[in-house]
Structure formats: C-alpha cells, structure tokens
Design a protein around this ligand. Structure first.
Ligand code: SAJ
Length: 411
C-alpha cells in the first residue's frame, strides 16, 4: 500500500508518521517548502510529545518521504486547513487546490480520503471537482470508466496526546459508497487499533462537527453556571463538583472562554448548514465567546480601587500545558486588558514560550514576566490557564491581592 498525504500539519504529519512506522509506504506532500525540508531532515514542525522520535524513525527507515511535488499513490489522504469565512461558511480553497493537484495523478482504482474538518457535503464537492477535471474517470464505473473512491475519515486526536490517540481512538469511515468505505478502512486498519466504524460520507462529516459541538455546548453550560454562581455569590467549582456526584450528571469546567482551532469553529459549520434549527448550538457559541468580556469586566472592577494597577495575567496558551497561542481566549483577554485599562501595567506570564508574543509586543504597558516575579509585583492576579506551574502557590503569596481565577485552580 502506498499512501500520499496532502498537508503535513497538526493532523497530517503525526498520521503520516504513524502510518509509515506501521509498514505503509508514505509520501508526504506540502506546499510549504521549508517545512518539507525540515521534515526530510527529521525535524518536527509542530510541538507534539513523542513525535520527533517517531518522525526520525520513519525518515531513517525510508518509509516516509516528504516533497512539495504531488505523486501517485494507491490512496490519498487530504489533511489541509478549512479556515472559516464570513457567514460562518468553511473556506474550501485548500481542499479544492488539493483536488487540482491530485486529479492528474489518478489512473482509476485509487481511494481519496478527506480528513480535514469540513462543512457537511464537502466530500461530495471534492469528488465533483475531481470528476470535472477527469471526465475519463467515474464514481461508479458508468460506461466502463475506471473508478475513483471517495471517503471522509475525520481525525479526533487531542493535541498533546496525538500519537497515543491516533492508534487507540475509534475512527469513523464515511464512504461515498460502501465499496469506498471498505477501501478506506483498509488504509486505517494498517495502524488503528480502535474500531473502524463504516458509514456514509455526510454522516461522518456531521459526526466530527457534532463531537466538537457537544463539547462546546457543555462548556457553555459550565460557563453560564459560572456567571449565575457569581451573581449568587457561590463557588461554581464546588457547585459543579457536587452536582457531578449525581450518577447521570457530568458537567465540564468553566474557563475564560473556548479556544483552539476546532471547538470554537466547528459548531458554526453546523449553524451554517441549518440556521433555523441550530439555536442551541449557536447560543452555546455566543455564551462561550461572551466569557472573555465578562472576565475583563471582573478585572476592571478589581482595578477600580487602585491608582496605577499592576495586573499579572497568568497563561497565554489556549489550554493547559501546551505552547499553542492561536485562537486563545487568554491571549485575547491579555491584549484587550492592556488596551482598555491603559493606566495599568500588564505582566504577561507564559512558561511555555520564551518571549512576549508578537501580538503583545506593540503594547507599551505589557511586560513579559516570570511567574513568581509577576505574583510579587501584582495588585490584581488574573489566572487564565491552569498550567501545572501555576498550581503550587503558597496561600500567603496572594495575600492582599485581588484574584480573578477563571479556572478555579486556587480554590
Ligand atoms: N475547555 C474548557 N472547559 C473544559 C474543557 C475545555 O473551558 O471543561 C476549553 C479549553 O481550555 C480550550 C477549549 O475548551 O480553550 C478546547 O480545548 P479541548 O481540550 O476541549 O479541545 P481541543 O480543541 O484541544 O481538541 C478538540 C477535541 N475534541 C473533543 O474532545 C470533542 C479533540 O478530540 C479533537 O480531535 C479536536 O478538538 C479537533 O481537532 O477537532
């Protein structure tokens, strides 16, 4: 089996590496020439525990090669970004350009698998595009033309646990025909120890979006409770812990908002697919997106008694123990605070990065600080990310300071 990966990012690279180390001949293709060069040298381009070692093994054994040029394979796995445009529609341009580069390689009998998180029916759009470019091929063998098979197989790995979850998670295999699903299953059976669950392509697409919407709605429930608890003057974390003792209740944790590239985006694809009937999903998005503003108002309140307040903003990443600052509510809150409370000094603390991120560099009242130093200098301590480093803090360290703990880390 020879598999070509199109896109060597957060999903494509770990998957290509794991597949290669399970005996599949894998070619990775990416438009980013410098990333390809680094990968060829065995250097990782994304932070993921254990990946570097596995990548080296795959490159050294010759099972994995990386280039910028498309080539032929028995199967193609597309793992390119689907950013989101105005109107909450997905931007399919990366998928369509993958289609353009794959089309000339096809001879018939190949399987084209889409892994990118996509709006419902994108696999059909992809198949249509390839059929337009290659009228000599078909989806079902009509007029005796060679067949190309299409499937949607979403990735569900948790950043930080990618290598483990790639192998152990169950996988949905959405074939555009039952034969396409059967062929796609063979590709994943090479390394996946979880169940391979066959269905149609549209159900598979919506399943991916549904999983992330489920999490978003449940986080929104926790975030809404945090506002209500604040109004009533009670501790929301104690409330949730107690409620979760009920055998059928399992509430998630409130925080400063929802970040990352998936959970805060995917629900909008469902909303765009059926605006009229997606009221709960949309409201959950709005509740989670509204949380940073509420956090800022709490900090402003805490600052109102201090003449030139020093605010320690603890954590910039989008969740605990990672270095990923993209789509991070902690980052946005820190930036907005510096802009809105212009008489304050904001001490930005992020143990997982080495310097003040670019987005904060232009602001005159933001400094990059060490954890202990920031705590000592601060009038107001704002906990944004529950990094392990922040957990251990002697109770006396916060004495006399106003504390806004968005994660309940120090309760
Ligand atoms: N968060 C909370 N409270 C919680 C849990 C999370 O506020 O109780 C926040 C986090 O701090 C973060 C955001 O939600 O800002 C998202 O973090 P996450 O750990 O829930 O998820 P991601 O974005 O790292 O990964 C998700 C996962 N999806 C699900 O758990 C349903 C992962 O399995 C998917 O593969 C990934 O999205 C993806 O790529 O779609």
């Amino acid at each position: 089996l020879e598999v070509v990966f199109v896109g060597l990012g957060y999903i494509g690279l770990p998957t290509a590496v794991v597949m290669a180390n399970h005996g599949v001949r894998v070619h990775g293709v990416d438009v980013n020439a410098s990333a390809v060069e680094r990968i060829q040298r065995g250097e990782v381009t994304i932070v993921e525990p254990g990946l570097e070692e596995q990548l080296k093994k795959a490159i050294d054994s010759g099972q994995l090669t990386a280039t910028t040029e498309m080539q032929h394979g028995d199967a193609f796995v597309i793992a390119v970004p689907t950013p989101f445009k105005e109107n909450y529609e997905g931007d399919l341009s990366y998928i369509l350009s993958a289609a353009e580069s794959i089309a000339p390689q096809l001879r018939g009998d190949e399987t084209v698998i889409l892994e990118s998180t996509s709006p419902p029916r994108t696999t059909q759009t992809l198949a249509r595009k390839i059929m337009e470019l290659r009228p000599d091929l078909s989806l079902d063998g009509e007029d005796g033309k060679p067949v190309v098979y299409f499937a949607y197989c979403p990735e569900r790995i948790l950043p930080g646990k990618a290598l483990e979850e790639l192998i152990s998670n169950d996988r949905i295999i959405g074939g555009s025909t039952p034969e396409a699903a059967r062929r796609a299953k063979e590709v994943y059976a090479s390394f996946c120890q979880g169940e391979l669950l066959a269905t149609d392509d549209v159900t598979a697409e919506l399943s991916k979006l549904t999983e992330n919407s489920f999490r978003d709605v449940n986080i929104a429930f926790a975030n809404e409770l945090s506002l209500i608890a604040d109004t009533l003057g009670i501790d929301v974390w104690e409330l949730i812990e107690l409620a979760n003792h009920h055998p059928r209740v399992n509430i998630l944790q409130p925080g400063p908002g929802v970040g990352g590239h998936c959970i805060a985006v995917d629900p909008w694809f469902i909303v765009a697919a059926d605006r009229e009937n997606s009221r709960l999903i949309r409201t959950a998005r709005e509740v989670n997106d509204g949380k940073p503003k509420w956090v800022i108002s709490k900090v402003e309140e805490a600052c109102s008694h201090v003449e030139s307040p020093v605010i320690a903003a603890l954590g910039l990443a989008f969740k605990a123990n990672i270095d990923d600052l993209r789509e991070s509510p902690a980052m946005n809150i820190t930036k907005d605070l510096a802009e809105h409370v212009s008489h304050a000094t904001v001490l930005a603390v992020e143990p997982n990065v080495k310097e003040l991120p670019k987005a904060l560099q232009g602001l005159g009242n933001v400094e990059f600080a060490e954890f202990q130093d920031a705590i000592e200098r601060a009038d107001v301590v704002l906990l944004l990310v529950d990094h392990d480093e922040f957990k251990a803090l002697p109770a006396t360290a916060l004495k006399g300071k106003a504390v806004v703990d968005t994660r309940g880390l120090w309760r």
